[in-house]
Write a protein that binds this ligand. Sequence first.
Ligand SMILES: [Zn+2]
Ligand SMILES: [Zn+2]
Length: 355
Amino acid sequence: MTSSLRPVALAVRTPPKPLDEGRRTVTMRVVMGIFVVVPFLALLAAVPVAWGRGLSWTDAAIALVAYTVTGLGVSIGLHRYLTHGAFTATRWLRVALALAGGLAVEGSPTQWVADHRRHHQFSDREGDPHSPWRYGANIRGLARGMAYAHIGWMFGRNLTNRRRFAPDLLADRDIQRLERMWLPVVSLALPALAGGLLTWSLYGAVTAFFWGGLVRVAVLHHVTWSINSVCHVIGERPFRSRDRATNFWPLAILSFGESWHNSHHAEPGCARHGVLRGQFDSAARVIWCFERLGWARGGPASGRAGVGAGRRRGGPAPGRGGVRARGSPGREPGRRPGRRSPRPRRPAGRSSCAG
Ligand SMILES: [Zn+2]
Ligand SMILES: [Zn+2]
């Protein structure tokens, strides 16, 4: 049985809260630097280590499982469900998705969601936390902008205001309890524990920590961040959107369909991002399975068709001065009511939200 647990709150006609809620402290930036740099160093070391037979089948299996769980946690949990409310889920699935996303070591789910809702509200305009176009469209400005969009923005001083962009998650006790559970440490410790138990050796725990912990985190980091940088610069734009989001096929598999980013920006409330023929979107398939199992509703298996349906159905995205009430006419954050939904520039082979 499913309940209507879209991450939403009642719209309130009050002056908008500030975009930022404070500043990142030096300690926050140092801790974040450790969780960014150490996995990346492991990624650099991965090739020589693998060459020296430091990778066993057990390590590979643990890394693959950890990557899949946390990658789907980002794509389905943090992004399609918690940020955009593209489908509804049972209570336990909601918490499980937040947990899987939290284990991706990409910050707390609430902060992730707040940053991403803000990104949609100001996409590629002033106020966007990570637009690659912020320093201009010439080669030098774009190179600098892509580095900023990929990684630099996370070390900026300002913190996106969670009370403005994610009040629904702040009010969710289960999710707030999850965020106090040292999820980044758990995420790195679990593969080591699995490796140690499966091989019954300390060496097995260490190599599983390296591959299933550090290398896996680094790969997912850079895949996710490429959606912010590469997928706003390089690729096709089959749908009209008011930003420069693109579809970049080489990342479709590794990102679980997130790299169909132009389609997503054209229709943020759609659970399926790969809407055209041949666009592989594994996260949409998993949501479809959740629906078939009775754990979710309103996603790809619901049969709702047409790009534009998601916006009409609406997600939880906040507009100016509050978040949209459940059941009210949905709209993309920042888009003025009454504006027309984007349409495909060319006839789409299968331009449907439905699976
Ligand atoms: Zn984007
Ligand atoms: Zn989005």
